[in-house]
Write a protein that binds this ligand. Structure first.
Ligand SMILES: [Zn+2]
Length: 333
């Protein structure tokens, strides 16, 4: 049964426990009552701006379950990463580097927030940039420091203050959607940028059809953006979009923001036309349409080809560190 689509069609006003993080409204519609695993997770959409969030917030027990599960698995992988994981992460880091390279001046000072085991700072460092990361997972940090030789400090955003040592570039790759107050987080990061400094944010697009409609929502993702409300949220704290890239297939939204004046006079936080657009997109993307489209088959093929390619690519390589070094050498030969 397509529960989430049924809920959307009902379209009734609903209550929320957290006001909209962009416009402050409490006028919402419920858009889902299950997460991608079929577990209860209530998701609402602001009818004033189209921002989508988990409401009520997952309780402590649910949060612990999530972090104990997903993050323990990832922690183990990072404490002694499999070669194929090191390969995948390095390739992603190189792709991220290609994206930001045109915006970087020589020797730029860069911070990666949610840096994981430090693959992205490693690639930057290998290209002569002054890069570091912050990351809540201690296992990732330790591995990055010891094996990759990069500076990845352990902690959450609120544990740090870089106001007095600002950056040319800060990156936030699939992090913002996990934060309980993304608007405030963007404001903090703006304060850590040099004048005219850049912030690069990548998040999933709530409008993407890459996942089946019942696989859309995830307990770790407290917020679900689309391009319009992400760009507007950043503008409210003094970050203006300079360049917007929609990643092929996944449709992840990748935006290069530039630090501008903190107060944008007369800015309208409401985007009612966008809310209608988001709602229509969610409603249109039914399970029937999804499985009748080429998208799920393309995803499966892409995954299979990826696994096979990765096995060949790491055959005979002695260590994760050697995998990382070889990929970087090949990429910049
Ligand atoms: Zn709103």
């Amino acid at each position: 049964m397509d529960r989430n689509s049924d809920l959307l069609t009902a379209g009734a006003a609903a209550a929320c426990s957290v006001p909209c993080n962009l416009c402050g409204s409490t006028h919402v519609r419920q858009v889902a009552d299950r997460d991608r695993h079929g577990d209860p997770l209530r998701t609402v959409m602001c009818v004033e701006c189209g921002l989508v969030w988990t409401d009520p917030r997952p309780d402590e027990a649910a949060n612990r379950k999530f972090y104990a599960h997903d993050y323990r698995v990832r922690y183990k992988a990072a404490a002694s990463p499999k070669l194929k994981h090191a390969l995948r992460e390095t390739r992603r880091a190189i792709a991220r580097f290609r994206r930001v390279e045109p915006f970087l001046r020589a020797g730029a000072r860069v911070l990666d927030v949610g840096a994981g085991a430090g693959f992205f700072p490693f690639v930057l460092q290998s290209r002569g940039f002054d890069a570091r990361g912050i990351e809540p997972n201690q296992g990732f940090c330790a591995w990055g420091c010891e094996v990759l030789g990069v500076q990845v400090a352990s902690g959450f955003l609120q544990d740090f203050d870089f106001v007095d040592e600002p950056f040319d570039l800060i990156t936030l790759n699939h992090v913002l959607e996990h934060l309980p107050d993304p608007g405030a987080a963007l404001g903090i990061l703006r304060g850590w940028l040099k004048p005219e400094g850049l912030l690069v944010v990548e998040v999933p697009d709530v409008e993407s059809d890459w996942h089946a409609p019942d696989k859309r929502f995830h307990i770790g993702h407290l917020y679900n953006f689309n391009r319009e409300n992400l760009v507007r949220m950043a503008l409210t704290v003094g970050l203006a979009a300079q360049d917007i890239l929609i990643q092929p297939d996944t449709r992840h939204i990748n935006v290069v923001f530039k630090r501008v004046a903190p107060e944008q006079p007369g800015i309208d936080r409401r985007l009612p036309a966008n809310a209608l657009h988001v709602e229509a997109t969610l409603r249109r993307h039914t399970r029937l349409r999804h499985y009748a489209s080429p998208v799920p088959h393309l995803r499966t093929l892409r995954k299979l080809a990826g696994y096979v390619g990765e096995r060949f690519a790491v055959a005979g390589i002695p260590s994760a560190r050697a995998v990382v070094e070889r990929e970087v050498r090949k990429a910049f030969a």
